[in-house]
Each structure stands twice: as structure tokens, then as C-alpha cells.
Design a binder for this molecule. Structure first.
Ligand code: ZN
Ligand code: ZN
Length: 460
């Protein structure tokens, strides 16, 4: 839905151009925008600083996420975007209560734990059980049920940092699949080694779902140092008993996607969609996941707004409820699956520098792809593949054929903080944040269809 007043001059320019949708701005003007974004803070820091300070954590479906949507609407309007609104949806909400873990034998000591999303509640009195150790999900799956029944499963792994974050797929299995397998084998609870690459005493939470009819059981993540400590205790050879308290609640709730537009001169053209997710886990303030992402995408669109009037509409979406299972993405795909998009992109991998760009724009887009690669190369961004890209909130639309670009961020540090109490503003490097905004600004400039000079004063 657009409310547009197109200046007469824009119609004249449009009519003069035989193939407006394919118009590529000249490389010098793209470079000017990109280099200005690299040299100056344009809104991204202010947005992520404001969101994490004035709202803080934004757990999906809670009152905190609702406050975040109000904050988003207020700030997107203040930046001058049009059509700013919330598209609400309902969802199952899981919230965390008291949580603790304690080895009670043979060497009594406290450990630091966090419940995983959708964990069953132990109730305030907790559960007590013997630890059954497994080096991997595969060894748990292969174990006789009798070795697990009535016990608390513990699953180890050896995730190490990688630039592309690919370890999260393989080494995330204990969190994603472990609770279901443990439950089906009769375990009374499960703790996993945090899916993280740090050695701080911060547990990494994250979502898991009990699949295949598995009965929900209490499921938590021990910090990496506590997991290593537990293994040393187990290695001594005596049975190890743990008391585990993970209190949580389920209820139905409401979330929403926040949408804002930078209207293009020709609203009939497929638009550009950029965004990130507004919700966060509840322990930190969601600075790198994903306050930085919504800030980067929005700052780039604002930079384009300040530079002129794009031919295509740029739509910004701050998705709700990504963390518990991309509920916002599903609602958006349901509402907008029939819309036409020229390209879409999501920033959801922290705030460190973009090092590679992958695309999947489809046939006939080589001129735009080449212009994009050329515009990003001076930022040190490698040309990646042209047949595979995505984003967790975009994949439903991408699977249905929507064109997509992935500006890949350096993930070497990301899983030190991901889903921990340590996901806070101080982890964001301002220079690298600017490099992100420069890359996104260049991308939008290349794909905007070409810009006129500003037709009206732009609030800065
Ligand atoms: Zn995220
Ligand atoms: Zn996340």
C-alpha cells in the first residue's frame, strides 16, 4: 500500500527512459555515496545505540518486544520514511524463569546454565539425575535407551570460530536435535555444551523444538567452561549427579513486523526489500543479534533517501519473532507472498565487516550483478556465488523464487556473544559498522533503478 505524490519531473524522467527498471546509476555517483557512508556515521550507530539503550532485550511476543515496535515506528517516522506501520500476528510465546545447575556428587559445585527456548519447566524445586555423557548427537542417537532412561543427558561438541559461521550448522546439532532424541530415549532432562566459541562463563541460549511427538523435557545450555569442568569431573570415573532447575512458561501472545517505505518514483516496479529482525533473546540487549542488522539496513536506506529519489521503492522490514522460529517471516510471506521484489537482503550476522557478497537474482540480471560487484570491491568485498543466497527471515520468499543478495559478514567473533548475556552494544566496532552501511548503501544505489536529485528537503 503506497501513498505517493510523484513530482511531475519524475514522470518526465521515467517517460524518457526506455528501460527504467534496468537503469544503473553511473559508478562515480555510487562510489560517492559509498565512500561518504564509509567515512561518516549515518544513523546506524544512533539506531542500535538507541534501541539497545531505550528498549534493551526484546524477547519475541513479550511486552518488551511491543515497546521495541513502538520505538521502531517512532524512529522510522522521525527519519522521514513513509507508510510506517506494524503488521501484527499471534504466536506461541516461551518465557524464562529461575534457572540454576549444581553438581551435587561427587564434587558439589554450582554451574552456570540457561534454558533453551521451548524447554519444559522443572518447576521451582528442580530435578535431580545422574549425568549421561555423549560426545555428539550421533553417539546419543546410537546409544541404547537404557543408558539414558531416567538420567540427565549431557552433549559435548567442538565448535571453533570460522569466518563464514558455518560451524553453527554442524555443531548446533546438540541444541537443535539433542533434546528431542534425549526425550524419546526416556531422559528426564538435557544440558548441552553452549553452541559458542568463547571461554567466558556465559551460557548460549537458542531455540529448539520437540519434534516427532517427543514429550518436552527440561533443556539447558551449560557455559563452555562449565561443560569442560563437567567433563573433567566425569573423567574421574564416579557417577555424577546434577540438580537442575529450569523454570519457564508458555502462553499465546502477539508479535509484529514493522514496515516502512522509501517510496520510489515508479510504484509499479518491483521493490527492494531490506531488513533484519527486531526481536532478540532475553539475556543481553540484542546489539549484535540483531539490533545492528536493522540499523545497517535502515541507515543505508536513509542514506539513499538523503541522496535523491530512487526509481524503485525501498521497503524496510524489522521482522518480529525471528529467534523462536521465524514467525514474523511466515506472517510476512503470507501477507506479501504475491508482491514483486527486484531484490531482497537481510543483515543478521552481527556488525563486523562484510567480506563477501553472494547473489541469487535470477536470469537476465548480469549487468546489475557486475555493477554490484564493482561497487563493493573497493570495500574489500569478494565476489561470491551468483546462484545461492538467503536470510533467515527471507528464505520463505526466496524458496518461492524471490531474488536475493547476501552481504556476508565476518563471523569470526560472532559466536563468542551470540545468544548470551554478553550480546551488548560495546561489542560493536564503529569502523566495521560503517563499512557495513557503506556496502548496503552501494547495493541499494546500484539496484535502485537510478536516482534523481532530492525533490524536497531531507531531515537529517
Ligand atoms: Zn539473528
Ligand atoms: Zn539469534
Amino acid at each position: 500500500m503506497f501513498k505517493l505524490t510523484l513530482p511531475a519531473a519524475a514522470f518526465a524522467l521515467l517517460a524518457a527512459s526506455p528501460t527504467p527498471a534496468r537503469q544503473i546509476p553511473d559508478p562515480a555517483s555510487v562510489a560517492t555515496l559509498r565512500d561518504d557512508a564509509l567515512a561518516n556515521d549515518h544513523y546506524a550507530w544512533d539506531l542500535v545505540e538507541g534501541l539497545t539503550t531505550e528498549v534493551g532485550q526484546r524477547l519475541a511476543g513479550t511486552e518488551a518486544e511491543a515497546r521495541a515496535r513502538d520505538w521502531a515506528v517512532r524512529n522510522l517516522k522521525a527519519l522521514g520514511f513513509s507508510n510506517v506501520h506494524v503488521e501484527p500476528f499471534t504466536m506461541p510465546v516461551w518465557t524464562r524463569g529461575a534457572e540454576s545447575a549444581e553438581v551435587i556428587a561427587p564434587y558439589p559445585q554450582k554451574m552456570v546454565v540457561a534454558a533453551l527456548g521451548n524447554s519444559a519447566s522443572t518447576g521451582p524445586s528442580g530435578i535431580t539425575g545422574q549425568i549421561a555423557y555423549f560426545a555428539s548427537v550421533e553417539t546419543l542417537a546410537a546409544a541404547p535407551d537404557a543408558t539414558v532412561r531416567g538420567k540427565i543427558v549431557f552433549i559435548d561438541h567442538h565448535m571453533a570460530p570460522t569466518q563464514d559461521g558455518s560451524g553453527y550448522g554442524q555443531f548446533g546439532a546438540p541444541r537443535r536435535q539433542g533434546p528431542t532424541i534425549a526425550s524419546k530415549k526416556g531422559a528426564i532432562g538435557i544440558v548441552v555444551r553452549s553452541i559458542g566459541t568463547d571461554h567466558h562463563r556465559n551460557p548460549h541460549t537458542g531455540v529448539q523444538d520437540f519434534a516427532d511427538g517427543a514429550t518436552p523435557i527440561p533443556a539447558g545450555a551449560l557455559t563452555v567452561p562449565d561443560s569442560e569442568q563437567l567433563i573433567r569431573i566425569l573423567t574421574r570415573g564416579q557417577p555424577v549427579t546434577m540438580h537442575l532447575t529450569l523454570v519457564s512458561e508458555h502462553h499465546d501472545g502477539t508479535s509484529g513486523n514493522v514496515v516502512a517505505d522509501l517510496p520510489g518514483r515508479d510504484p509499479s516496479l518491483p521493490m527492494l526489500l531490506v531488513g533484519g529482525h527486531l526481536d532478540s533473546w532475553d539475556q543481553g540487549t540484542g546489539a549484535v543479534d540483531d539490533g545492528a542488522g536493522v540499523a545497517i539496513a535502515t541507515a543505508a536506506a536513509k542514506r539513499i533517501m538523503a541522496a535523491g529519489h530512487p526509481l524503485r521503492t525501498v521497503r524496510i522490514v524489522w521482522f518480529g519473532a525471528e529467534e523462536p522460529g521465524t514467525f514474523g517471516a511466515a506472517a510476512f510471506a503470507k501477507a506479501h507472498g504475491a508482491d514483486k521484489f527486484a531484490a531482497m537482503a537481510e543483515s543478521d550476522f552481527g556488525a563486523d565487516r562484510v567480506w563477501k557478497v553472494d547473489t541469487r537474482l535470477g536470469a537476465g540480471r548480469k549487468v546489475e550483478e557486475d555493477a554490484l560487484f564493482a561497487a563493493l570491491a573497493p570495500l574489500g568485498i569478494l565476489k561470491g556465488v551468483t546462484d545461492k543466497a538467503g536470510g533467515s527471515d527471507l528464505d520463505a520468499l526466496v524458496d518461492a523464487g524471490a531474488p536475493v543478495i547476501a552481504l556476508r559478514q565476518d563471523g569470526t567473533r560472532y559466536f563468542d556473544w551470540h545468544h548470551t548475556p554478553d550480546d551488548t552494544l560495546d561489542k560493536i566496532d564503529k569502523d566495521q559498522l560503517r563499512q557495513n552501511v557503506a556496502a548496503w548503501t552501494a547495493m541499494l544505489a546500484v539496484l535502485s533503478g537510478g536516482m534523481t536529485e532530492p525533490k524536497r528537503p531531507v531531515r537529517r
